[in-house]
Design a protein around this ligand. Structure first.
Ligand SMILES: *Cc1c(COP(=O)(O)O)cnc(C)c1O
Length: 428
């Protein structure tokens, strides 16, 4: 049933490194080969062999209104007809900026870039420029894009100073990145003891890149306090949770105000957009007003802005969307947990707005160590079997799932019916 995709992957591998333009697409952690997509239609993906899938990946988050959404397409076409790029300002940028600034108490000013990676990289540079300090604290299991300073794995033993997790990243660079444990404030205190040169703490307030692992509100409050005490900035990376967990991302659910926020995914409505924003006095440090350099040929691209604006405006006009999507996400995860348990398989589930996660794990997952204890082999089997039955889940245990407005209760019940079959087989 995957013949054409298999051949397409073989062909792609001849010309594209690894056959994919982003490694997670290669299905390495679940085995098999990736399906190549012909098109998307609302809740569904259709591959080049003609198989149809209920899609819980949503391009890894952006497509909250589903695939090829008519209203988004209309706004994209309208913008594209006027020209696809100018390298000069348009009012679309201001319009989208205004929508976002109005929503987030923590954002006075914003700047648009082309990806989440770029947004975070720029925010870190700005935090370093503003504080005139070099070190940063990040958490194990949090992903902030693939820029050098942030590609850091757990250091060995007690050392909190990071080692690069990829060749090509100089140790001289990552020695400025200190690692702490998610939801563990003592590990952050230790970092502040180890270095008096901390520019910022960067955190996913709702971690979505080790599977879905929300932070405790108290933990985030304590982070805020530690940052203030030590003259460091607090950065919330809401590239995934922004406009997903709630209209205001994690900041709509918890009462902690960061100094800088990074956004991406949903704000582009499927087009490549990232953004970072924050307090006036920090954002004014950016070139051309200030000395911290940051730039982009295609930044604020009019077609991408139109897609983002189309999406964000509609979300603001219909805030009840989040309640609806959360209900559906819970229907799915509670259903999965129940039928897993019936098959004597332990499943940990969680939901934040339109984000959901499930771990094949006996214990509650609060940090990356817990997440890594999950049964990834069982997950891989589950993934393969669901794929064969027309359900497209993210191809790794350590990813978050998403509900779009096009996925209704009937599609969720169909998913559960298929999952029931699969779970029965898994424990055989
Ligand atoms: C996806 C993601 C990024 C990276 O965004 P890209 O657009 O893939 O560069 C950064 N931070 C978080 C929290 C993300 O989920």
């Amino acid at each position: 049933m995957f013949e054409k995709s298999k051949n397409a992957f073989k062909e792609a591998k001849k010309y594209i490194a690894g056959g994919v333009d982003s490694p997670v697409r290669a299905f390495k952690s679940v085995g098999g080969t990736p399906v190549f997509i012909e098109k998307g239609e609302g809740a569904f993906l259709i591959d080049i062999d003609g198989n149809r899938y209920i899609d819980y990946v949503q391009s890894w988050g952006p497509l909250i209104f589903g695939h090829a959404d008519e209203e988004t397409l209309k706004d994209i076409f309208e913008a594209a007809r006027k020209g696809v790029s100018f390298g000069a300002p348009t009012t679309l940028e201001t319009e989208l900026a205004k929508e976002i600034v109005e929503l987030f108490d923590s954002i006075d000013k914003i700047r648009f870039v082309n990806s989440g990676t770029e947004a975070v990289m720029s925010a870190i540079r700005l935090a370093r420029g503003y504080t005139k300090k070099d070190d940063i604290i990040k958490f194990e299991g949090c992903y902030h894009g693939h820029s050098d300073s942030l590609l850091v794995q757990a250091g060995s033993g007690a050392a909190t100073f990071g080692n690069p997790s990829s060749p090509g990243v100089p140790k001289d660079l990552t020695k400025h990145t200190l690692l702490a444990k998610y939801n563990n404030i003592d590990s952050v205190k230790k970092c502040f003891e180890d270095s008096k040169d901390i520019a910022c703490v960067i955190v996913e307030p709702i971690a979505g890149n080790m599977g879905l692992v929300p932070a405790n509100e108290k933990f985030l409050q304590d982070l805020r306090e530690l940052c203030d005490k030590n003259g460091a900035l607090l950065i919330f990376d809401e590239v995934m949770s922004g406009f997903r967990a709630s209209l205001k991302g994690a900041q709509g659910l918890i009462d902690v105000k960061p100094d800088l926020v990074t956004l991406g995914k949903v704000i582009g409505g499927g087009m490549p957009v990232g953004a970072f924003g924050g307090r006036d006095d920090i954002m004014d440090m950016l070139s051309p007003e200030g000395p911290v350099y940051q730039a982009g040929t295609l930044s604020g691209n009019p077609v991408a802005m139109a897609a983002g604006l189309s999406t964000i405006k509609r979300l603001k006009e219909n805030p009840s969307i989040y309640k609806t999507l959360e209900k559906r996400a819970k229907r799915l995860t509670n259903g999965l947990k129940e039928i897993a348990n019936e098959a004597n398989i332990a499943l940990q589930v969680d939901v934040r707005g339109s984000m959901f996660g499930f771990f094949f794990n006996e214990k509650e997952v609060k940090n990356f160590d817990d997440a890594k204890n999950s049964d990834t082999k069982l997950f891989a089997k589950f993934h393969q079997e669901m794929l064969k039955r027309g359900v497209y889940f993210a191809c790794s245990q350590f990813e978050t799932g998403f509900i779009s407005t096009k996925i209704d209760d009937d599609l969720i019940d169909e998913t559960l019916k298929k999952a029931k079959e699969v779970f029965k087989g898994l424990n055989g």
